[in-house]
Design a protein around this ligand. Sequence first.
Ligand SMILES: NC(=O)c1ccc[n+]([C@@H]2O[C@H](COP(=O)([O-])OP(=O)(O)OC[C@H]3O[C@@H](n4cnc5c(N)ncnc54)[C@H](O)[C@@H]3O)[C@@H](O)[C@H]2O)c1
Ligand SMILES: O=P(O)(O)OC[C@@H](O)CO
Ligand SMILES: [Zn+2]
Length: 353
Amino acid sequence: MFEKSTWIRLPRNVVVGHGVRNEVLGVVNDLHLQGRPLFVTSPTPREVAADPIAADFEAAGIEPAIVTIERATFEAVERVIEVAEAEDVSYLVGIGGGKAIDIAKLASHHLDMGFLSVPTAASHDGIVSNRGSVPDGDSRHSVAAEPPLAVVADTGILADAPWELTTAGCADIISNYTAVMDWRLAQRLKDVEYSEYAAALSEMTAEILVDNADLIRPGLEESAWVVTKALMSSGVAMSIAGSSRPASGAEHLFSHQLDRLAPDAALHGHQVGVGSILTAYLHQGGDGIWRDIRDALSSIDAPTTADDLGIGDETVIEALTTCHEIRDRYTILGDGMNERAARDVATKTGVID
Ligand SMILES: NC(=O)c1ccc[n+]([C@@H]2O[C@H](COP(=O)([O-])OP(=O)(O)OC[C@H]3O[C@@H](n4cnc5c(N)ncnc54)[C@H](O)[C@@H]3O)[C@@H](O)[C@H]2O)c1
Ligand SMILES: O=P(O)(O)OC[C@@H](O)CO
Ligand SMILES: [Zn+2]
């Protein structure tokens, strides 16, 4: 008897384009959301987006509560939950980069409230995903949550954001190549649950982005459009899979470990991009696609070496040899690399000198 079943949860409205920041209130009305919102943001996104959106709400007689977070931690999630309860809000709006959106996502899940995702940077593929990613001591939790009810991505804001945030988003997408390799490997060796549709969507998203690399240039609003569509598509792949597997393999383990060893040294997307060069080499050897990944990253100004990341060579080796422990996710790293092997791959790919 066939007894399989699945829930695929996706946003109802996705609004992308120039000036759509002014449409957040319209989206709220379209979703029939009542009551006060709580805006979850961080300092610069507050200035560029949260305060102007709050002014639109105030003009319509709704006074949003606002909480500003600095880091993605479980303490920040708890703070947002406390403010939401104290201010008696009915829904949340995450306004900012990946961290603000993750915190809003996790808090709204706990509160059993809907949330809207308003990215101010095209820097990560958590914009529409159904996961929140938060470090916790020595490990990393990718927590199941609901995807946003709606996404409002203003390409004017995204194009004005610092260019490296956009290149980080591109690199987060390019890393899908190796994430899917790891997923297929884990399916073959460990029989992990696998979705051909989610894997194909994730790979196709990376291919379309790389094919359009010429359009991705600083100051071009069209770049923000191309990258944001890719970030959404990758997030949808995660929602179809019900896990971050289509977009997160060993290159993400490497990045999560760097977050612990060298906090705030580099952006998430840039770290996973360099990780992807390394793990592509581990999967396929010297003749495989590691050079294509490196060249694609380089063509959009994303880092390809430890130096570019501002991270020391020895930290890269430590991350490579220990990152398999960070979470229970089978990848090409298996039960861990030894130091000689780590130094070998990092040197042969030019990630370290
Ligand atoms: N949930 C998921 O599926 C998912 C997917 C990918 C990444 N992530 C998580 O997202 C985080 C990475 O996101 P990130 O790279 O956006 O980091 P981030 O949220 O820390 O943002 C980077 C910096 O850019 C600033 N910023 C944002 N918009 C700006 C603007 N318009 N102008 C100027 N500055 C602006 C932020 O305030 C922050 O200081 C990581 O914690 C990662 O694990 C989650
Ligand atoms: O589950 P994690 O490893 O946090 O991955 C989510 C996201 O960063 C994928 O691009
Ligand atoms: Zn990522």
